[in-house]
Design a protein around this ligand. Sequence first.
Ligand SMILES: *Cc1c(COP(=O)(O)O)cnc(C)c1O
Length: 500
Amino acid sequence: MMKYVSTRGQAQPVSSAEAIKLGIAPDGGLFVPEEEVRLKCDELAAMRGMNYQERAVMVLTKFLTDFLEKEIKEYVDAAYSPERFDHPHVAPVARLDNSTYILELWHGPTCAFKDMALQLLPHLLTASTRKTGEKAHIAVLVATSGDTGKAALEGFKDVPGTSIIVFYPAQGVSQVQERQMVTQEGSNVHVVAVEGNFDDAQNGVKAMFQNQGLETAMAVRGIKFSSANSINWGRLVPQVVYYISAYLDLVSADVIEEGMPVNFVVPTGNFGNILAAFYSKQMGLPINKLICAANANNVLTDFINSGVYDRNRSFKKTISPSMDILISSNLERLLYEITEHNDQKVRDWMDSLRERGRYEVDSWVLERIQNSFWSDFATDEETKATIRDTYNTYGYLLDTHTAVGKKVYDRYVRVTGDTTPTVIASTASPFKFAGSVAEAVFGMEIAAEHDEFGLSRLLSEKCNLSIPKGLQGLETRPIRHYRKVLPEEMANVVLDILSG
Ligand SMILES: *Cc1c(COP(=O)(O)O)cnc(C)c1O
């Protein structure tokens, strides 16, 4: 059976069910598979003829070895059903031109790629509590930069044996994102605005996992915490599937021959999505470069280009808010993998990050990272210009995050001359960020005349696209969640909610 070990090396190896139930390792590290998981050549070939759900079962069973194949099939079929995903291929690949493809990851209920994992995670988590003999009620704590929150709320609403509490930065999300969350229905869901940015919310949640007093207070009430953030392995592993699936779709469409490499471009914040791409590469998927696209919060770009991770810089609010992050949690997993599981080094770097807000990796580590990754960033102006140009050239409407990816990819091609077929991960529907997208396409004057909901309708009419079901009628849904706290009050509000 595959065991999962902590990136900080001070926790017992556990089963995948245990890792998913815990969310974060007891030593503060993140769980990763103890051994590399490989795809055999004939397995990749066999997956070509499969649909998305079947491919997902194949990949997930390799990582989650304490689950039966028929269990995983049941969860996958429930998660990626036609009622939940409005596209029969679940994660279809669209073509821009002969070398540029768009992997649409936003056909789920909340219109962002987070659904790809968060529709599945509740099934994995409830099964994991069962499998590990856990009797406690599971309280899922989530920090969100905007999209995880809604996707997790939808995934966990009314799931027996669970509650979910989502913390979002009060001024850090789009109007649509906020409205999606504060109107959430369900008997076990709670939404709390935090006066701070995403890093404050994420640090607050991480601190609660380390807070012994809070843990004891919860234990008395028969409650245990878990996480639906991408620190949870159960969040990460479903994301590996769509990179493999996209590759196979390109083979089926005769864009590439099997075995030929592709690049993936990933608009990146917490480093979860692109890390899943890295794991697919580790499994043997022929990937040339993973292109890490950042916005003006370009801490990852600097890191990949210099080996210095330095969060001591001002936090910038951008039009791609889901990437407004200065502490990318999942980078810790990459460091552990790149150093071939050197937990001592990872601990030193993470200590340095906590104490000084920065760390610098050794040159051989940087070289290995640069072997797989390339990175640059796009400003808001560049992002808007890219949305406009892409729409005018291809008639394809990008959201602000995906446009960051497209801009960075264009620069990559100019700088490197690399013509390898490339897939850009499209992380959200343009309707989710209708305000900025409409401003990019129609100009400032027209955009100023409407709110985001009006601009959504305008985009729908002028671009001849229908507003996704999950975003229809949002402005008239009743608001159900009003809580707002300071970062230091997060633990108290959790106590308050869960004691009620
Ligand atoms: C979460 C999110 C991202 C960033 O993904 P990470 O896994 O955090 O790197 C990018 N775009 C959108 C739309 C998102 O919701």
